[in-house]
Design a protein around this ligand. Structure first.
Ligand code: PHE
Length: 447
C-alpha cells in the first residue's frame, strides 16, 4: 500500500475532528440534560469529566491512530502483533453502526424541520399543535424514512470523495458556517427581554439535583459528545501528519466542543424563558419547544430555518465521521474501493435506521429488554459499548503499550512537553479506567 492519505492542512485537522465531536450531542442533548439535571452544577461536573476523562482518552486514541496509521482494527495488530487487542476495533465498528442507526433517524428529523421551516410551515401554531405534529411525523412509517435516505445520500457523496476532497473539504466549509450561525443566535438570544432569567436557569448551580446517577449521565455525555471510545479518533488521527501536536489538538477539540455545548444552552434558555415555555421539556426541547419559541419571534421562519440548518450541519459532520470508521476498515480488509466500501456501509445503515425509525411507529411493540429498537441501539452503544471501548483503550495505552511510544507521540520528542505528558499519562493509566468502570457499573444499575 502506498503512503497513507493525510489531512492537507492544520485547519483540516481541527475542523474534521471538531466536526465529529460537535453534533446532535451538543445542540440537542446537552441543553436538555443540563436543564433537567441542575443547570450550572451539571455543567461543572461535565467540564470536570471533559478534563480528566475526555482529554486523556482522546490523547490515547490519537497515540494509537497516528503511531499505527491504520484503521481501528489493524492499528492494534500493528502496535502489538499477535495479541487480541484488535477486538477493540471491532467493538468500535459495531458501536459506530449502532449509533448511526438511530443518529440517522434524528438527523432525518432535522432535515424535515429544515424543510418545514423553509416552507414557512412552522408558524401560527399552538404548543399543543407542535407536539401533536411532531408525534404524527416521527410515528409515520414513510416520511421519516424519506429524509433518512436523503441524508444517507448526502453522506455518500461526501465520503466517497475521499479524506481530503470529501471529508476535509466539507469540514473546512461547514464548521466556520456552524460557528457563525451559533454566534448570530447567541446575539439574538442574549438581547431578548428575559435573557437574564434564562441564563440564571442554565448557569445557576442547583446542587440538590446532583445524584450519583446525574454524575454518571454527565460522564456519559462527555464521552458521547467528544466521540470517544469507538475508534473514530483513531481513524481520524491516522490521517494526521507527524508534526501535529496531539495534546494541543485534543485540548482545542475539547474546548471548542464544550464551548458549542455551552453556547447551545446560552441560545436556548434565554429564548425559552423570554417566551414563557417549559425549560425542562427533555428531548422535546429542540423539536417541540424551540419551534414554538421561534413561532413567537418576528421573522420566525428565518430563525427556525437557520436553527435547523445549524443542527443539520452539526449532525452531518458527525455522521460522516461515524461512517469513516467502518469505511476505512472495509477498504483495508475487504480490499474494496472507497466508493464500494461507502456503498456497503450505506446499505447496512439504511436497513438499521429504517428499523430504528419504524420502531418509533408501527413496530413500537417490538421490545429488546423492554426498550424499543431505537432506544436499545442508543442504550447498547452509548451506555455499554462506548465505555467498554474507552476503558480498553485507556488500559491498552496505560498498561500494555510501551510508555516510550506514548511519550514520543504526545511530546513530538520535545522535552518541554514532558510534564504535561506525565500528567496526561497518569490520567490515562489510573483516573480514566476507574471513572469509566463507574459509568459502566451504573449503566447496569449496580451503583
Ligand atoms: N459527538 C457527536 C455528537 O456530540 C456524536 C458522536 C458520538 C459522533 C460518537 C461520533 C461518535 O453529536
Amino acid at each position: 500500500m502506498g503512503e497513507r492519505t493525510k489531512f492537507a492542512t492544520k485547519l483540516g485537522v481541527i475542523a474534521t475532528t471538531v466536526g465529529s465531536a460537535v453534533g446532535l450531542g451538543n445542540i440537542w442533548r446537552f441543553p436538555y440534560e443540563a436543564g433537567m439535571n441542575g443547570g450550572g452544577a451539571f455543567l461543572m461536573i461535565y467540564i470536570l469529566c471533559v478534563l480528566i476523562l475526555g482529554v486523556p482518552v482522546m490523547c490515547a486514541e490519537f497515540i494509537i491512530g497516528r503511531k499505527s496509521k491504520s484503521d481501528t482494527v489493524d492499528a492494534f495488530k500493528k502496535l502489538i502483533p499477535g495479541s487480541r487487542w484488535y477486538y477493540i476495533g471491532y467493538i468500535g465498528i459495531l458501536a459506530s453502526i449502532l449509533i448511526l442507526g438511530y443518529y440517522m433517524v434524528i438527523s432525518g428529523w432535522t432535515l424535515e424541520y429544515l424543510f418545514q421551516a423553509a416552507c414557512n410551515n412552522l408558524t401560527g401554531k399552538t404548543a399543543a399543535e407542535f407536539k401533536a405534529e411532531q408525534n404524527a411525523f416521527i410515528q409515520n412509517d414513510f416520511r421519516p424514512l424519506l429524509w433518512i435516505y436523503i441524508f444517507l445520500f448526502i453522506n455518500y457523496i461526501i465520503i466517497s470523495k475521499g479524506v481530503q476532497k470529501g471529508i476535509e473539504k466539507m469540514s473546512n466549509i461547514l464548521m466556520p458556517i456552524l460557528f457563525i450561525i451559533l454566534i448570530v443566535f447567541c446575539i439574538r438570544s442574549l438581547t431578548l427581554p428575559e435573557a437574564n432569567e434564562g441564563l440564571k436557569f442554565f448557569l445557576h448551580p442547583d446542587f440538590s439535583k446532583i445524584t450519583p446517577q446525574v454524575i454518571v449521565r454527565a460522564m456519559g455525555q462527555a464521552f458521547f459528545s467528544l466521540s470517544l471510545g469507538m475508534g473514530i479518533l483513531i481513524t481520524y488521527s491516522s490521517y494526521f501528519n507527524n508534526k501535529t501536536h496531539l495534546i494541543k489538538t485534543a485540548g482545542t477539540v475539547a474546548i471548542l466542543d464544550t464551548t458549542v455545548a455551552i453556547l447551545a444552552g446560552v441560545i436556548i434558555f434565554p429564548a425559552v424563558f423570554s417566551y414563557g415555555v417549559d425549560p425542562v421539556a427533555g428531548p422535546d426541547l429542540v423539536f417541540v419547544t424551540l419551534p414554538n419559541v421561534f413561532n413567537q419571534m418576528p421573522v420566525s421562519a428565518l430563525w427556525s430555518a437557520l436553527f435547523f440548518l445549524l443542527l443539520t450541519v452539526a449532525a452531518l459532520t458527525s455522521t460522516v465521521s461515524l461512517f469513516e470508521v467502518a469505511v476505512a476498515f472495509f477498504i483495508n480488509h475487504m480490499h474494496l474501493s472507497r466508493k464500494k466500501a461507502t456503498r456497503t456501509m450505506m446499505i447496512i445503515v439504511a436497513i438499521l435506521s429504517t428499523i430504528c425509525s419504524l420502531s418509533i411507529g408501527s413496530w413500537s411493540h417490538i421490545r429488546i429488554f423492554g426498550k424499543t429498537i431505537f432506544d436499545a441501539c442508543d442504550y447498547f452503544s452509548a451506555i455499554i459499548l462506548l465505555p467498554i471501548g474507552g476503558l480498553l483503550i485507556s488500559i491498552f495505552i496505560g498498561w500494555i503499550l510501551k510508555r516510550n511510544i506514548s511519550r514520543e507521540e504526545l511530546t513530538n520528542r520535545n522535552k518541554l512537553h514532558e510534564p504535561l505528558f506525565n500528567a496526561i499519562f497518569f490520567c490515562i493509566k489510573y483516573i480514566a479506567p476507574i471513572i469509566i468502570i463507574l459509568i459502566f457499573l451504573s449503566g447496569f444499575g449496580i451503583i
